[in-house]
Design a protein around this ligand. Structure first.
Ligand SMILES: Nc1ncnc2c1ncn2[C@@H]1O[C@H](COP(=O)(O)OP(=O)(O)O)[C@@H](O)[C@H]1O
Ligand SMILES: [Mg+2]
Length: 217
Protein backbone atom coordinates (compact mmCIF):
# COMPACT_ATOMS: atom_id res chain seq x y z
CA UNK A 1 0.00 0.00 0.00
CA UNK A 2 1.20 3.48 -0.81
CA UNK A 3 0.35 6.54 1.21
CA UNK A 4 -0.28 9.98 -0.26
CA UNK A 5 -0.53 12.84 2.23
CA UNK A 6 -2.26 16.04 1.11
CA UNK A 7 -0.62 18.92 2.93
CA UNK A 8 -0.49 22.70 2.74
CA UNK A 9 -0.36 25.31 5.40
CA UNK A 10 -2.94 27.30 3.46
CA UNK A 11 -6.63 26.65 4.06
CA UNK A 12 -8.71 26.46 0.90
CA UNK A 13 -5.81 25.21 -1.22
CA UNK A 14 -7.72 22.09 -2.26
CA UNK A 15 -6.46 19.34 0.06
CA UNK A 16 -9.86 17.89 0.87
CA UNK A 17 -11.15 18.22 -2.69
CA UNK A 18 -8.06 16.51 -4.09
CA UNK A 19 -8.05 13.70 -1.51
CA UNK A 20 -11.59 12.74 -2.53
CA UNK A 21 -11.11 13.21 -6.26
CA UNK A 22 -7.78 11.39 -6.43
CA UNK A 23 -9.15 8.39 -4.56
CA UNK A 24 -11.98 8.15 -7.11
CA UNK A 25 -9.56 8.68 -10.02
CA UNK A 26 -7.19 5.99 -8.73
CA UNK A 27 -10.00 3.47 -8.34
CA UNK A 28 -11.38 4.35 -11.80
CA UNK A 29 -7.92 3.70 -13.25
CA UNK A 30 -7.91 0.24 -11.64
CA UNK A 31 -5.27 1.18 -9.06
CA UNK A 32 -7.48 0.73 -6.00
CA UNK A 33 -8.84 -0.17 -3.62
CA UNK A 34 -8.22 3.20 -2.02
CA UNK A 35 -8.93 4.31 1.52
CA UNK A 36 -9.38 7.85 2.78
CA UNK A 37 -8.19 9.07 6.16
CA UNK A 38 -9.28 12.42 7.57
CA UNK A 39 -6.89 13.92 10.13
CA UNK A 40 -8.43 17.41 9.98
CA UNK A 41 -10.44 18.14 13.16
CA UNK A 42 -12.86 20.09 10.94
CA UNK A 43 -13.82 16.75 9.38
CA UNK A 44 -14.78 18.02 5.92
CA UNK A 45 -13.65 14.85 4.16
CA UNK A 46 -15.54 12.63 6.61
CA UNK A 47 -18.66 14.80 6.27
CA UNK A 48 -18.48 14.46 2.47
CA UNK A 49 -17.96 10.71 2.75
CA UNK A 50 -20.95 10.35 5.09
CA UNK A 51 -23.26 11.82 2.45
CA UNK A 52 -22.04 9.38 -0.21
CA UNK A 53 -24.21 6.63 -1.63
CA UNK A 54 -21.34 4.68 -3.19
CA UNK A 55 -19.54 2.09 -1.09
CA UNK A 56 -16.07 3.02 -2.28
CA UNK A 57 -13.57 4.43 -1.60
CA UNK A 58 -13.50 3.42 2.05
CA UNK A 59 -12.99 5.86 4.90
CA UNK A 60 -10.92 4.73 7.87
CA UNK A 61 -11.30 6.77 11.04
CA UNK A 62 -7.98 7.19 12.83
CA UNK A 63 -6.40 9.39 15.45
CA UNK A 64 -2.85 10.56 14.80
CA UNK A 65 -1.58 8.24 17.54
CA UNK A 66 -3.26 5.24 15.89
CA UNK A 67 -2.21 6.15 12.36
CA UNK A 68 0.83 3.92 11.82
CA UNK A 69 -0.94 0.86 13.25
CA UNK A 70 -4.09 1.63 11.31
CA UNK A 71 -2.14 1.84 8.05
CA UNK A 72 -0.56 -1.56 8.75
CA UNK A 73 -4.01 -3.07 9.27
CA UNK A 74 -5.34 -1.45 6.07
CA UNK A 75 -2.31 -2.76 4.18
CA UNK A 76 -2.97 -6.25 5.51
CA UNK A 77 -6.61 -5.91 4.43
CA UNK A 78 -5.54 -5.41 0.82
CA UNK A 79 -5.82 -1.66 0.34
CA UNK A 80 -3.50 -0.46 -2.42
CA UNK A 81 -3.61 3.26 -1.68
CA UNK A 82 -4.32 5.60 1.20
CA UNK A 83 -5.04 9.30 0.77
CA UNK A 84 -4.67 11.30 3.98
CA UNK A 85 -6.23 14.74 4.37
CA UNK A 86 -4.65 17.14 6.88
CA UNK A 87 -5.57 20.44 8.56
CA UNK A 88 -4.15 23.72 7.23
CA UNK A 89 -1.35 24.24 9.72
CA UNK A 90 2.20 23.28 10.57
CA UNK A 91 1.99 21.33 13.80
CA UNK A 92 3.52 18.24 15.39
CA UNK A 93 0.38 16.36 14.41
CA UNK A 94 0.94 17.15 10.74
CA UNK A 95 4.62 16.27 11.13
CA UNK A 96 3.55 12.85 12.37
CA UNK A 97 1.21 12.38 9.39
CA UNK A 98 3.90 13.43 6.91
CA UNK A 99 6.11 10.84 8.59
CA UNK A 100 3.94 8.01 7.22
CA UNK A 101 3.81 9.38 3.65
CA UNK A 102 5.28 7.79 0.56
CA UNK A 103 4.54 11.05 -1.23
CA UNK A 104 3.44 14.49 -0.01
CA UNK A 105 1.14 16.28 -2.44
CA UNK A 106 1.04 20.04 -1.92
CA UNK A 107 -1.96 21.71 -3.58
CA UNK A 108 -1.26 25.35 -4.39
CA UNK A 109 -3.50 28.04 -5.86
CA UNK A 110 -1.82 30.32 -8.36
CA UNK A 111 -1.65 33.30 -6.03
CA UNK A 112 1.23 35.25 -4.49
CA UNK A 113 -0.06 34.46 -0.97
CA UNK A 114 -0.12 30.73 -1.61
CA UNK A 115 3.30 30.88 -3.19
CA UNK A 116 4.78 32.69 -0.19
CA UNK A 117 3.26 30.17 2.20
CA UNK A 118 4.52 27.12 0.35
CA UNK A 119 8.02 27.17 1.86
CA UNK A 120 6.91 25.97 5.30
CA UNK A 121 5.08 22.98 3.82
CA UNK A 122 8.09 22.14 1.67
CA UNK A 123 10.34 22.32 4.77
CA UNK A 124 7.99 19.95 6.58
CA UNK A 125 8.38 17.33 3.83
CA UNK A 126 12.12 17.88 3.56
CA UNK A 127 12.69 17.59 7.32
CA UNK A 128 10.87 14.25 7.22
CA UNK A 129 12.93 13.18 4.19
CA UNK A 130 9.78 12.66 2.13
CA UNK A 131 9.36 13.22 -1.59
CA UNK A 132 6.87 15.96 -2.43
CA UNK A 133 5.16 17.35 -5.51
CA UNK A 134 2.97 20.34 -6.23
CA UNK A 135 -0.43 20.41 -7.89
CA UNK A 136 -1.86 23.71 -9.08
CA UNK A 137 -5.51 24.07 -8.10
CA UNK A 138 -8.31 26.53 -8.83
CA UNK A 139 -6.43 28.01 -11.79
CA UNK A 140 -8.19 30.37 -14.16
CA UNK A 141 -7.65 29.29 -17.77
CA UNK A 142 -4.85 30.86 -19.80
CA UNK A 143 -3.50 33.19 -17.18
CA UNK A 144 0.06 34.38 -17.05
CA UNK A 145 -0.03 34.08 -13.27
CA UNK A 146 -0.41 30.30 -13.46
CA UNK A 147 2.64 30.07 -15.74
CA UNK A 148 4.60 32.25 -13.32
CA UNK A 149 3.56 30.20 -10.31
CA UNK A 150 4.48 26.93 -12.06
CA UNK A 151 7.90 28.40 -12.84
CA UNK A 152 8.40 29.58 -9.25
CA UNK A 153 7.31 26.25 -7.74
CA UNK A 154 9.60 24.34 -10.12
CA UNK A 155 12.53 25.87 -8.25
CA UNK A 156 11.47 23.86 -5.20
CA UNK A 157 10.31 20.61 -6.80
CA UNK A 158 8.21 18.84 -9.42
CA UNK A 159 4.91 20.40 -10.44
CA UNK A 160 2.14 18.26 -11.93
CA UNK A 161 1.52 19.16 -15.52
CA UNK A 162 -2.14 18.38 -14.98
CA UNK A 163 -3.62 21.60 -13.63
CA UNK A 164 -6.88 21.63 -11.70
CA UNK A 165 -8.86 24.55 -13.03
CA UNK A 166 -11.35 26.68 -11.17
CA UNK A 167 -14.61 24.87 -11.90
CA UNK A 168 -17.84 25.21 -9.99
CA UNK A 169 -18.31 21.47 -10.56
CA UNK A 170 -15.60 20.60 -8.06
CA UNK A 171 -17.55 22.23 -5.25
CA UNK A 172 -21.03 21.44 -6.57
CA UNK A 173 -20.36 17.72 -7.05
CA UNK A 174 -19.25 17.32 -3.45
CA UNK A 175 -22.47 18.70 -1.98
CA UNK A 176 -24.20 15.33 -2.27
CA UNK A 177 -21.12 13.22 -1.62
CA UNK A 178 -19.90 12.82 -5.16
CA UNK A 179 -16.97 14.05 -7.27
CA UNK A 180 -16.75 15.60 -10.74
CA UNK A 181 -16.02 12.18 -12.27
CA UNK A 182 -19.22 10.79 -10.83
CA UNK A 183 -21.33 13.71 -12.07
CA UNK A 184 -19.81 13.78 -15.56
CA UNK A 185 -17.36 11.01 -16.34
CA UNK A 186 -16.49 12.55 -19.69
CA UNK A 187 -16.16 16.13 -18.47
CA UNK A 188 -13.07 18.29 -18.25
CA UNK A 189 -12.80 17.90 -14.50
CA UNK A 190 -12.79 14.11 -14.86
CA UNK A 191 -10.00 14.39 -17.45
CA UNK A 192 -7.98 16.68 -15.15
CA UNK A 193 -8.26 14.23 -12.30
CA UNK A 194 -7.33 11.22 -14.45
CA UNK A 195 -4.24 13.10 -15.64
CA UNK A 196 -3.31 14.21 -12.13
CA UNK A 197 -3.66 10.68 -10.82
CA UNK A 198 -1.37 9.48 -13.65
CA UNK A 199 1.28 11.94 -12.50
CA UNK A 200 0.94 11.05 -8.81
CA UNK A 201 1.09 7.34 -9.62
CA UNK A 202 4.29 7.77 -11.61
CA UNK A 203 5.81 9.75 -8.73
CA UNK A 204 4.84 7.05 -6.23
CA UNK A 205 6.53 4.44 -8.39
CA UNK A 206 9.63 6.60 -8.58
CA UNK A 207 9.79 7.12 -4.81
CA UNK A 208 9.32 3.39 -4.15
CA UNK A 209 12.16 2.59 -6.55
CA UNK A 210 14.46 5.15 -4.92
CA UNK A 211 13.66 3.76 -1.48
CA UNK A 212 14.31 0.16 -2.59
CA UNK A 213 17.65 1.17 -4.10
CA UNK A 214 18.56 2.95 -0.88
CA UNK A 215 17.70 -0.19 1.12
CA UNK A 216 19.97 -2.31 -1.10
CA UNK A 217 22.86 0.17 -0.95
N1 LIG B 1 -10.65 23.35 -8.70
C1 LIG B 1 -11.60 23.96 -7.98
N2 LIG B 1 -12.51 24.77 -8.57
C2 LIG B 1 -13.45 25.41 -7.85
N3 LIG B 1 -13.58 25.31 -6.53
C3 LIG B 1 -12.70 24.52 -5.87
C4 LIG B 1 -11.67 23.80 -6.56
N4 LIG B 1 -10.96 23.12 -5.64
C5 LIG B 1 -11.51 23.37 -4.45
N5 LIG B 1 -12.55 24.21 -4.57
C6 LIG B 1 -13.37 24.79 -3.48
O1 LIG B 1 -12.52 25.60 -2.70
C7 LIG B 1 -12.79 25.43 -1.31
C8 LIG B 1 -11.53 24.94 -0.59
O2 LIG B 1 -11.18 23.65 -1.05
P1 LIG B 1 -10.78 22.50 -0.03
O3 LIG B 1 -10.52 21.27 -0.81
O4 LIG B 1 -11.77 22.41 1.08
O5 LIG B 1 -9.40 23.09 0.52
P2 LIG B 1 -8.55 22.69 1.84
O6 LIG B 1 -8.95 21.32 2.22
O7 LIG B 1 -7.12 22.79 1.40
O8 LIG B 1 -8.88 23.72 2.88
C9 LIG B 1 -13.95 24.48 -1.21
O9 LIG B 1 -15.12 25.22 -1.10
C10 LIG B 1 -13.91 23.72 -2.54
O10 LIG B 1 -15.17 23.28 -2.91
MG1 LIG C 1 -9.67 20.62 4.03
Amino acid sequence: MQVVVLASQKGGAGKTTLAAHLAIAAEAAGDGPAVLIDTDPQGSLSAWWNTRQAETPALAPSTIAELAGKLEALRANGYALAFIDTPPAITDAIRAVVGVADLVLIPTRPSPHDLRAVGSTVSLAQEAGKPFVFAITQAKPNTKLTVQVVAALSEYGAVAQAIMHDRVDYAASMIDGRTVQEVDGKGRGAAEMAALWGFVKARLQKSTKTRKNAEVA
